[in-house]
Design a protein around this ligand. Structure first.
Ligand code: NAP
Ligand code: ZN
Length: 349
């Protein structure tokens, strides 16, 4: 076993604090990765605070990982020492079901193995995430990081990037489409950049009026502040597609009213439950859908697309000692637009 420095929460009410974990020595098909950067996703906060239930402690969050391969198992064929790689929201799945066969491992019928707050395939070894200095992962669940982009700005693509890319692709967003992204945070700002790179005309819908200039600078064509008088009435039936990235409870019915006939709203944010009125969908034959991260193949496609389009995250790099402060700022929607931990700030035990 390899003793590894990390930051962990020991209960739903505790702050993150230094903690030591053991990583396994690489098995025949594993690589050991030294973590350089890890992005900070709102899903980390939901789970540290047990907002989805069933959290496992001690918890080492983090699932937007970029690092260097430093050791490999004897049978590893895809990676060599020194390769720069990424690891996202899951580190394994059953390899056998229809979803895995289709390259949609995130929908694995046996349940994907999440990078943290979950278990390895043995069902009992807890997984620890990227707020740590290294991680051992099966080679098939590791992504190639293209050399064109700065690594600290690539880390957030491993979750925020793929979570927005996947539904935009799945629902066929194309040049000239008139779409809206709700919530300009980590996911939202990637949604704007990626949809723009796909040729869509993007409007940001935000509850923070002060984000207008940033939204336009990120590539949005228009900005709607929901706090403005009659914002929902004035923009009724305006969009064909809405990507909702909001992390807190909000009224889906109000946003559905912004769709044209046959429009689609895709939820990627995962807040507390909201009452949905059937009429919101029925009256304009609307579709309400959800989408979960993306599979390994599609995540690689997204990384290559972002490299080609020179799309990366706007980040604020922090030492890990500032993580609790960063959580408080994310909860106030004061993130521009992803915190990324520089793992050089964490010394080995
Ligand atoms: P984030 O950086 O905190 O961004 C969320 C944004 O939501 C905020 O910046 C804010 O944007 C808006 N918002 C916050 N509170 C609001 C409120 N009360 N009313 C209206 N809007 C509000 O979070 P994130 O990391 O992007 O994650 C967003 C959500 O996606 C989280 O629930 C996370 O768990 C989930 N997620 C899902 C997947 C998936 O696979 N489906 C993957 C990753 C994350 P404005 O200031 O512009 O309003
Ligand atoms: Zn995430």
């Amino acid at each position: 076993m390899i003793s590894t420095a990390a930051y962990a929460a020991v209960s739903s009410r505790s702050q993150l604090a230094p903690y030591t974990i053991e990583r396994r020595d690489p098995g025949p098909n594993d690589v050991l990765v030294n973590i350089l950067y890890c992005g900070v996703c709102h899903s980390d906060i939901h789970q540290v605070r047990n907002e989805w239930g069933g959290s496992i402690y001690p918890m080492v969050p983090g699932h937007e990982i970029v690092g260097t391969v430093v050791k490999r198992g004897d049978d590893v064929i895809k990676w060599k020492i020194g390769d720069i790689v990424g690891i996202g929201y899951f580190i394994d799945s059953c390899h056998e079901c229809d979803a895995c066969a289709a390259g949609e491992e995130q929908y694995c019928e046996a349940g994907m193995n999440t990078t943290f707050n979950g278990f390895e395939r043995d069902g009992k070894t807890p997984t620890y995430g990227g707020y740590s200095t290294r991680i051992t992962v099966n080679e098939d669940y590791v992504l190639r990081i293209p050399p064109e982009l700065p690594l600290e700005r690539v880390a957030p693509l491993m979750c925020a990037g793929i979570t927005t890319y996947s539904p935009l692709r799945h629902f066929g967003i194309k040049v000239g489409d008139n779409i809206a992204v709700v919530g300009l945070g980590g996911l939202g700002h990637m949604g704007v950049k990626i949809a723009k790179a796909m040729g869509a005309k993007v409007t940001v819908i935000s509850h923070s009026p002060g984000k207008r200039a940033d939204a336009l600078a990120l590539g949005a064509a228009d900005f709607i502040a929901t706090s403005e008088k009659d914002a929902f009435e004035l923009n009724a039936k305006r969009f064909d597609f809405i990507l909702d990235t909001v992390s807190a409870k909000h009224d889906y019915n109000a946003y559905l009213n912004l769709l044209r006939r046959d429009g689609t709203m895709v939820l990627v944010g995962i807040p507390d439950p909201v009452l949905l009125s059937a009429g919101s969908l029925v009256l304009q034959r609307l579709k309400l859908a959800g989408s979960l991260i993306g599979g390994i193949r599609e995540t690689q496609e997204m990384l290559d697309f972002c490299a080609e389009q020179r799309v990366a995250s706007d980040v604020e790099v922090i030492p890990i000692q500032k993580i609790n402060e960063a959580y408080e700022r994310i909860l106030k929607s004061d993130v521009h637009y992803r915190f990324v931990i520089d793992m050089a700030s964490l010394k080995q035990p």
